[in-house]
Design a protein around this ligand. Structure first.
Ligand SMILES: Cc1cc2nc3c(=O)[nH]c(=O)nc-3n(C[C@H](O)[C@H](O)[C@H](O)COP(=O)(O)OP(=O)(O)OC[C@H]3O[C@@H](n4cnc5c(N)ncnc54)[C@H](O)[C@@H]3O)c2cc1C
Length: 491
């Protein structure tokens, strides 16, 4: 039986993304959706970078870029550049480009070259040279191909999260979603503990059949009311705080996020059309918030500026059950893995899409709840492993923080096995395929990470032949030719 009434508690990006996806998907059903958001408790107001899944999100909702990008001060994102994470590698930085259709020609040569290099031969293994988005990023070009260009180019976005939330709120209301500005003070439960209704600070009671908890780190319904356990990732991921500053617009309008390692964490730099977003993510076990702010001000050249910093706390981990009774957690209320690969909104989107699939397959009942929980749990864990690898493989020696990360032994079994295959010169692509661990990050992404870190043995003394598929396949000429079809992003 269909639920008649759905309540989404929380009007941050997670709440409004869910409202849009559910209202669009179930537009033919007699379902009433209400978003309840507190006028007094703000949204977190960070989260300005996406993966390519956000492109699909807007496409699924039939929202063209011209409708939302300018309003949300958005720019294109094709790449993340990691600077200073592995001083032992040949390059001061490396890239993790989003993988596009035309990389079909170069992904295998890249993976084979990485294997050849692991055998000690001197071949090209720089990730951004093998993947087209690496070329776009280096040459500051928009990823919008002319009509005659025969390949799809993948990309994500940077955006002002507050403006994106407002845009999504307006759009959801056009789809018929009701919006109530109320703070919830109590929750009424049925005898079996499932949620019956939300009680507002003005006494209004809002009943529903199905609830989505989008209340951010508070997790009012899932954790506070239903007592679902939160499993911390603190043993694997040390960062638990961030300090944030806006700076002036970058006239070059890079099409990438920069992630620069600092003394006790890393800093993001995100170009928007009206400002640049900056944040330092760090661990309070190793540096105080005050010292982190001072270090970050110096890094940004803001030591003499009176611009105010925003300090944020982060809860890193995930709930033990993302869907429990008649309540589904989404966004920060279901968990968070720190923003290094900007995966949080991607996970919100995946969660809603999978929920719709499982809920429909179970004829709008809880029948497939366990299946859903296993899938989302696995997604969180595999994203976590990819992020953990950035810390585990670092070769910095400038602080206890980086040494502790390198020496950390709380590493999941799948990650240990994966690293073992790489360092034993096994076939990593095959390993990921067999174990299904490429579910979130592909084999090519893992090669970008491991190769970008220079996780290789020393070169052999003997170098028989070249065997370099980069030059053999003339990939340089191929990408340079493709690049001529794309326009500069500079303003
Ligand atoms: C430092 C940092 C950097 C990040 N960077 C990225 C990034 O680059 N990319 C990315 O994808 N994600 C990023 N994220 C994550 C991203 O910010 C969040 O996933 C996203 O903003 C969604 O937040 P939310 O909607 O879950 O919660 P929030 O934005 O916190 O919204 C919570 C909502 O719940 C409401 N609420 C709470 N309690 C009550 C109550 N009692 N009654 C009524 N309403 C209530 C509030 O009013 C609010 O509307 C980052 C997060 C952090 C901490």
């Amino acid at each position: 039986m269909n639920p008649q009434r759905i309540v989404i508690l929380g009007g941050g990006t997670a709440g409004w993304m869910a409202a849009n996806l559910l209202a669009h998907r179930w537009r033919e059903h007699p379902i009433h959706i209400t978003v309840v958001e507190s006028p007094d408790i703000g949204i977190i107001g960070v989260g300005e970078g996406s993966t390519p899944s956000l492109k699909r999100f807007f496409a699924d909702l039939n929202i063209p870029e011209s409708d939302w990008m300018e309003r949300c001060k958005a720019t294109y994102k094709v790449n993340i550049e990691f600077a200073g994470w592995s001083p032992n590698s040949q390059n001061a930085s490396y890239s993790h480009p989003f993988i596009s259709q035309l990389d079909t020609f170069s992904e295998r040569p890249f993976q084979v070259n990485c294997y050849t290099r692991r055998l000690g031969l001197d071949v090209e293994t720089t990730p951004e040279k093998f993947l087209f988005n690496g070329w776009l990023a280096k040459h500051n070009k928009h990823p919008i191909a002319p009509d005659h260009f025969p390949f799809n180019v993948e990309y994500g976005y940077h955006f002002d999260s507050g403006l994106l939330g407002q845009f999504l709120a307006d759009h959801a209301q056009q789809l018929g979603v009701e919006h109530k500005q109320r703070t919830i003070e109590h929750v009424q439960q049925h005898p079996d503990d499932s949620i019956a209704a939300l009680v507002c600070d003005n006494g209004e009671v809002i009943p529903a059949d199905l609830f989505f908890d989008c209340t951010g780190f508070r997790s009012v319904l899932l954790q506070q009311t239903l007592g679902v356990k939160f499993n911390t990732f603190k043993d694997n991921l040390y960062n638990d705080a961030a300090v944030v500053f806006p700076t002036a617009v970058d006239q070059n309008q890079p099409v990438e996020t920069q992630a620069t390692a600092l003394s006790n964490g890393w800093a993001w730099r995100i170009p928007l059309t009206h400002r640049t977003g900056n944040g330092y993510v760090f661990s309070q076990d190793f540096i105080s918030a005050d010292h982190a702010e001072t270090e970050f001000r110096a890094h940004l050249g803001l030591l003499d500026s009176d611009i105010e910093a925003r300090h944020l706390q982060m809860n890193v981990g995930q709930v033990s059950q993302h869907w429990y009774k008649n309540c589904v957690g989404l966004g920060l209320s279901q968990g968070f893995i720190e923003p290094l690969e900007a995966t949080a909104l991607h996970l919100v989107q995946t969660s809603v899409e999978r929920f719709i699939e499982e809920y429909e397959a179970g004829h709008f009942s809880n029948k497939r709840q366990d299946n859903y929980n296993n899938i989302i749990n696995e997604n969180f864990e595999r994203v976590r492993d990819y992020i953990v690898a950035h810390y585990k493989l670092n070769t910095r020696d400038d602080s206890e923080y980086w040494r502790a990360n390198r020496n950390n032994e709380h590493i999941s079994k799948p990650l240990l096995e994966l690293l073992d295959v790489w360092f034993r010169r096994g076939d990593l692509t095959q390993h990921l395929k067999e174990n299904g661990h490429a579910s979130h990050f592909s084999a090519t992404s893992w090669h970008c990470l491991l190769s970008g870190y220079g996780a290789y043995p020393p070169l052999s003394v003997n170098q028989p032949g070249t065997g370099d598929l980069y030059s053999d396949n003339q990939l340089d000429a191929f990408f340079k030719g493709c690049l001529m079809n794309f326009k500069s992003s500079r303003v």
